[in-house]
Design a protein around this ligand. Structure first.
Ligand code: FAD
Ligand code: EPU
Length: 336
């Protein structure tokens, strides 16, 4: 285990922000993790995954420790289900591909989401009609203060839209070590996101399979989301905001093009990308900070933008959306 000092984090966050950490190390097992947390005691500590949902706005005066716990293990098999456990340091997309290759169904709509398995429960990752919580079984996490490992069930995690207990009550208190999933032996195809069907048609798919759905999702994602290896970004910068149905009706009368989806409780989830585009930000660029030309919800770093510049742009965007529509945008990306 190597400990680096004054270490540049540029390669370790998908925004490509060039900040440094006073100390940086990776841990491949619980012993290394315990050793590092002991060394970092009384200093600031940040648990890093793939760095695809964070925006560093300044140098980190403390320890950044990167999860590198690997391993995929088949836990048990039932008539209809497979239980599989993955180390928190496994790459999410590679794990999804592994499941697809074994014909374990459920995660295919979540193909190509960047980052590591350990971060997937943090915000209950979701895309193309599926949320991780639907296939989540349990996770193991180390409590940083008392050094004990606890198991969290789906109810313990209090998952919501881009939410979990690890972003609220237990924020910065646990390190997720592994995540287990309950996957289907017989696939239940989720095509609720309209573009999947269209893409499958374009692909000329006759027999539906989880492989085909995964490829359709990959194609759709590649057509509008910027590849962080080419243009720095962290996916959607804001959450899609929910509003009361009565407020939605009023807004819809004023802005007939408003894009929205009905939540289970009857409230309406507005497409933040539409709100931002209507305020004229789509394709905007100031220096190296910008708003993506194909997806207004994604803020981008064209090369040398600082975290502060991107953050300031995000505040300008949020305040113009508030001024025009009276809607608050909540940040999805973790600002450090
Ligand atoms: P990081 O960014 O490293 O960390 C995120 C947070 O989790 C930090 O607070 C960190 O401290 C904490 N954390 C990470 N690992 C652990 C751990 N083991 N224990 C405790 N805390 C931990 N997200 C979606 O939900 N849906 C999408 O469709 C989607 N598309 C994206 C597309 C692009 C191009 C990009 C760049 C991002 C996208 N994202 C999406 C966001 C991001 O990929 C996910 O949130 C992902 O789960 C973040 O994983 P990570 O390992 O990079 O986490
Ligand atoms: N739209 C616009 N202009 C834009 C972007 C979007 O008008 O520039 C409108 C369009 O009408 C479009 C609708 O908004 O049909 C929805 O857009 P899209 O399908 O691209 O999805 P999104 O709501 O912008 C969400 C997630 C993504 C996830 C996709 C697909 C959030 C915050 N974002 O984006 O997740 O991949 O749906 O399911 O919920 C992420 O969390 O980082 C992320 C990328």
């Amino acid at each position: 285990m190597q400990i680096q000092e004054n270490f540049s984090l540029k390669q370790f966050n998908t925004f490509g922000i060039d900040v440094s950490a006073s100390h940086f190390a990776s841990f491949a097992n619980q012993d290394e993790l315990r050793l590092l947390t002991e060394m970092a005691r009384k200093k600031e500590l940040f648990i890093l995954g793939g760095g695809s949902n964070i925006l560093f706005t300044k140098d980190f005066n403390g320890w950044v420790i990167r999860n590198d716990i690997k391993g995929i293990e088949l836990l048990k098999e039932e008539n209809n289900y497979i239980y599989v456990k993955a180390g928190a340091g496994e790459n999410w997309h590679q794990f999804v591909l592994h499941c697809i290759q074994k014909n374990w169904a459920g995660l295919e709509n979540l193909s190509l989401i960047p980052g590591l398995v350990g971060a997937s429960p943090m915000q209950n990752i979701g895309a193309y009609g599926v949320e991780m919580k639907e296939y989540f079984f349990e996770l193991e996490a180390l409590h940083l203060k008392d050094n004990k490992i606890s198991t969290f069930s789906v109810n313990d995690c209090e998952f919501g839209y881009r939410e979990s207990i690890f972003k609220k009550k237990w924020k910065n208190q646990f390190v997720i070590l592994s995540v287990s999933f309950r996957l289907n032996k017989k696939p239940i195809f989720n095509m609720s996101y309209g573009a999947i069907g269209q893409e499958l048609e374009l692909m000329g798919v006759k027999d539906l399979s989880i492989q085909a759905i995964s490829q359709a999702v990959i194609n759709i994602r590649n057509s509008k989301l910027p590849d962080p290896a080419v243009i720095g970004n962290a996916g959607s910068f804001f959450k899609n905001p929910s509003v009361q149905a009565s407020f939605f009706e009023k807004l819809k009368r004023k802005f007939p093009g408003l894009v929205a989806y009905t939540n289970l409780d009857g409230s309406m989830k507005l497409a933040a990308g539409w709100l931002i585009e209507q305020c004229g930000w789509k394709g905007y660029r100031k220096g190296d900070a910008g708003c993506h030309a194909k997806q207004a919800l994604v803020l981008v770093n064209y090369g040398h933008a600082s975290g502060k510049e991107i953050y300031h742009l995000s505040r300008e965007i949020a305040s113009s959306v508030h001024k025009k529509f009276g809607v608050e945008l909540e940040t999805e990306v973790n600002i450090i």
